[in-house]
Design a protein around this ligand. Structure first.
Ligand SMILES: *Cc1c(COP(=O)(O)O)cnc(C)c1O
Length: 333
């Protein structure tokens, strides 16, 4: 039995369903032809705030007692969780402080501010931002809602798995973008609970795949944080990881890694063939199919996790493929 099971995800679904969108599951004709099986896109890029993170954040905020809500909320975030938490907190009339590293793109910082949250820019890594969170918890009594390693957050993300199992019971494979593993752990717990025979495969970028390296090492390890087109997949899994490492280890059938070129191709395909604006992290499932990095044996669901990409970056990827990759994503820090 995993830390977050089906029961908890079903409860989360009841709690959040009137606060989030049930996102479309749409067949991709071109990918279906490419793979010889029906390929469905679960478009969490259509979720309010532009990513699935609203599900976990909303479940966590709604699960807080009134004392905790009064004290306010704090998190470290590469952007989408911060935005989601700001939205969820505003909906409940709760103060939210979002700590980010200086590597987070400007469009994400502005989006969080526009939702009424306080932003603190600290250091150059997710770990630096996390230290500030811990200081605010210690010294100012705020309550932390982490981006992935939290039972209510995982359960909230898992509601995507329930929707997939309902809408596509003949699925053979589900592809899930993988970073800290809240999304993959929640979806895998829901899918394996409802449809045990379905494979769930995580997809990360080669540049800084913390969960992949941790699974290989058999324990949480740190990896160097590198700039990547899949910026929402950056950051570590936490050396004190409580939930997502064990859940990903026990529930995922495999993890595959992608180059920056392959991710760019996924973003281009999403726009030109599917008419969808998708950020790098959101495009990795599509990219894995295009690059034939996974063995497709039946109907497949691809979780398209978010749409929050800088417009200029998106344009440059569309117009000048490999040049955009080396200009925007090829440089480490
Ligand atoms: C956060 C995020 C992910 C990864 O989710 P984890 O729970 O950290 O694995 C994937 N895609 C997008 C768009 C995200 O914002």
């Amino acid at each position: 039995m995993t830390a977050v099971g089906l029961d908890r995800i079903v409860l989360a679904q009841k709690r959040i369903s009137s606060h989030i969108r049930r996102t479309p599951l749409s067949v991709s004709d071109t990918l279906s032809t490419h793979c010889d099986f029906p390929i469905h896109l679960k478009l969490e890029s259509h979720q309010s705030t532009g990513s699935f993170k609203l599900r976990g954040a909303t479940n966590a905020v709604l699960s807080f007692d009134s004392k905790a809500k009064k004290a306010g909320l704090v998190t470290a975030s590469t952007g989408n969780h911060g935005r989601a938490l700001a939205h969820a907190a505003q909906a409940e009339g709760v103060r939210a402080v979002i700590c980010m590293s200086a590597l987070v793109p400007d469009n994400k910082v502005e989006a969080v501010k526009a939702l009424g949250a306080e932003v603190r820019i600290v250091g150059y890594s997710q770990d630096d931002a996390q230290e500030e969170v811990e200081r605010l918890v210690r010294e100012e009594g705020l309550n932390q809602i982490p981006a992935f390693d939290h039972a209510d957050v995982i359960a909230g993300q898992g509601t995507i798995g329930l929707e997939i199992a309902e809408a596509c019971p003949d699925a053979e494979l589900v592809l899930v973008p993988l970073s800290g593993g809240g999304l993959a752990a929640g979806i895998a717990a829901a899918i394996k609970g409802r449809l045990p025979q379905v494979r769930v495969i995580g997809v990360s970028m080669e540049r800084g795949a913390a969960m992949y390296e941790s699974l290989r090492a058999g324990r949480p390890v740190t990896v160097e944080e590198l700039q990547t087109l899949a910026d929402s997949l950056g950051g570590g899994i936490g050396l004190q990881n409580r939930y997502t490492f064990a859940m990903c280890r026990d529930l995922l059938d495999d993890v595959v890694l992608l180059t920056e070129e392959e991710i760019a191709e996924g973003i281009r395909h999403a726009f030109t063939a599917e008419g969808e604006v998708v950020e790098g992290a959101g495009a990795v499932g599509i990219a894995a199919l295009l690059a034939q990095k996974v063995d497709v044996r039946g109907p497949t669901v691809v979780v398209v996790s978010g749409c929050n990409i800088d417009e200029e970056l998106h344009n440059s990827i569309l117009s000048s493929g490999s040049n955009a990759v080396s200009a925007a994503g090829g440089r480490g820090r």
